[in-house]
Design a protein around this ligand. Structure first.
Ligand code: MN
Length: 495
């Protein structure tokens, strides 16, 4: 079995290797999900011609690479079993329990959220973030799923490709950014960039080619020099590393600088990750004695963190042979936070593999997001704890989000969408199943109102509405159409 897996390019050991903290019980759970998913998708193929299982396997691997726990990894393996393999809800619950089912179901619902133009996008995104505040695991699985999908975009039909690429940049990468997952954001954008903006991508490629210092070999040399110097100065427990700026983020920076690549100083960056803050400043001194700094380019984001919490010391130096490089100095914790963001708060160790109870931290993070939202004041207002407690978020089949008070009914939803839809409502489908209009809605439900042109509000509707908006519409209708009031009847008799 192991052999055939290798031939097919997936081996469960790869997942285990990514998360060294997994214990035997965790591995058993992941193995079970692995076997289950493999069987469930056995007859399915992707557009690339590969077995469908490759997709869920790669998704789970992405989740593992963010450092998530066994439950989230298992849910990643199973994330398409509900919708694409039609495994019944009961089976999943019985085999894997409520928590994993909750994650799978959440991801399935999220799949229906679509990019619908700038304005509605910001609004949906805001609501979406708030709705997901309690189960960030769902969001992380969805991002891992999208990461694999865009990494295989070349196999997707051309017309579909561009839409997916744009949607990934506009929605998913910006979500990853807001979650502080810098590495993921960069990858999502870079996979999508050539398909979303082919001409611009071509241009960036050409600009990079002209810069002679943007190559692996050169960077290795500079990194080596730095490494030796730090060692000889007696620095211990540090790591040097380098990165070339992600192409899409370079493109955005070029836009800001009138396409002048000479003005972008951080195309290449060397990173020094050290044990503690004192060492950060020590390294800064060593770097400046080794290479001359560019005036005005030293930024101390440790003393003054960026709004999203980012911490590091940056300096730009002349490397001697005409090259310029940025040096980023930070502690291990700062590094973890900046690469994995919110996910670094869900590391297995801190969670003992059970429930994700880091809600408070998550809300703290959410507050940092406000700077990217159109109306920050309003956004923060909505973030108050009581807002989470008594609101539920309901999805339209098209993926729009409507927020309602807890205990709302389908008619509240109908009137929130449009008064006509409320007045003509005759039935409701909740999560694809016909239900009575008296059914109370639950957070995350997908609602489709069934309309009948002969239908109209009745007195009974006042008992199955909760919002004042819906009640007002019903009362207005009744007032206008119901039998005459007592006063009117007396008037009639007297006349
Ligand atoms: Mn998927």
């Amino acid at each position: 079995m192991e052999n055939t897996d290798k031939k097919e390019n997936y081996n469960i050991q790869e997942i285990f290797d990514l998360v060294p903290t997994l214990d035997d019980e965790d591995k058993k759970l992941i193995q079970k999900a692995y076997d289950f998913a493999k069987k469930a998708h056995a007859d399915q193929k992707r557009e690339s011609g590969e077995p469908y299982f490759v997709h869920v396997f790669e998704t789970a691997k992405n989740i593992a690479s963010f450092g998530m726990n066994a439950i989230t990894i298992a849910a990643g393996l199973l994330h398409d079993t509900l919708e694409d393999a039609q495994i019944p809800e009961e089976t999943l619950k019985k085999e894997f329990g409520e928590e994993i089912y909750f994650l799978i179901n959440g991801v399935t619902k999220l799949g229906k959220l679509k990019y619908r133009g700038e304005v509605r996008h910001v609004e949906s995104l805001r609501k979406f973030l708030v709705a997901m505040a309690e189960n960030v695991g769902v969001l992380i699985i969805k991002l891992a799923d999208r990461l694999h999908n865009v990494s295989t975009l070349q196999y997707v039909r051309e017309d579909k490709r561009k839409r997916i690429a744009l949607e990934t940049i506009e929605i998913y990468a910006s979500l990853a950014n807001r979650l502080g997952m810098g590495k993921l954001k960069g990858s999502l954008e870079d996979y999508s960039f050539p398909f979303a903006y082919p001409k611009e991508y071509q241009m960036v490629e050409e600009l990079i080619k002209e810069k002679k210092n943007i190559n692996q070999k050169y960077l290795e040399k500079v990194s080596e020099t730095l490494n030796k110097e730090l060692k000889s100065q007696g620095l211990k427990n540090f790591k040097t590393d380098y990165r070339i700026k992600h192409k899409y983020s370079l493109y955005k920076k070029l836009l800001k600088n009138k396409m002048d690549i000479e003005k972008v100083y951080d195309i290449v960056a060397l990173r020094v990750v050290v044990q503690n803050v004192e060492d950060c400043y020590r390294v800064l001194g060593i770097v400046h004695s080794l290479w001359k700094p560019l005036p005005g380019r030293i930024k101390d984001y440790i003393a003054l963190p960026k709004l999203n919490g980012y911490q590091s010391i940056h300096t730009t130096i002349f490397t001697g042979d005409g090259g310029i490089a940025e040096i980023q100095i930070r502690t291990k914790e700062m590094h973890q936070e900046c690469e994995y963001g919110i996910a670094s708060h869900f590391l297995y160790k801190e969670n003992s593999g059970k429930k994700m109870e880091k809600k408070i931290e998550w809300i703290g993070q959410m507050k940092d997001l406000q700077k990217n939202i159109a109306d920050p004041v309003k956004f923060l207002e909505h973030l108050r704890m009581d807002f989470f407690r008594d609101r539920i978020f309901i999805f339209t089949p098209e993926g729009d989000v409507i927020d309602l008070p807890e205990g709302s009914f389908p008619l509240d939803f109908a009137y929130a969408v449009h008064s006509e839809i409320g007045d003509k409502a005759s039935g409701v489908k909740i999560n694809g199943k016909y239900k009575s209009l008296e059914t109370k809605l639950e957070n995350g439900d997908i609602i489709e109102i069934v309309i009948n042109k002969n239908s109209h509000p009745t007195r009974k509707w006042l008992d199955c509405t909760r919002t004042s908006l819906a009640k007002r519409h019903v009362r207005n209708y009744l007032k206008a159409t119901e039998s005459p009031t007592l006063k009117q009847r007396i008037k009639k008799i007297l006349s």
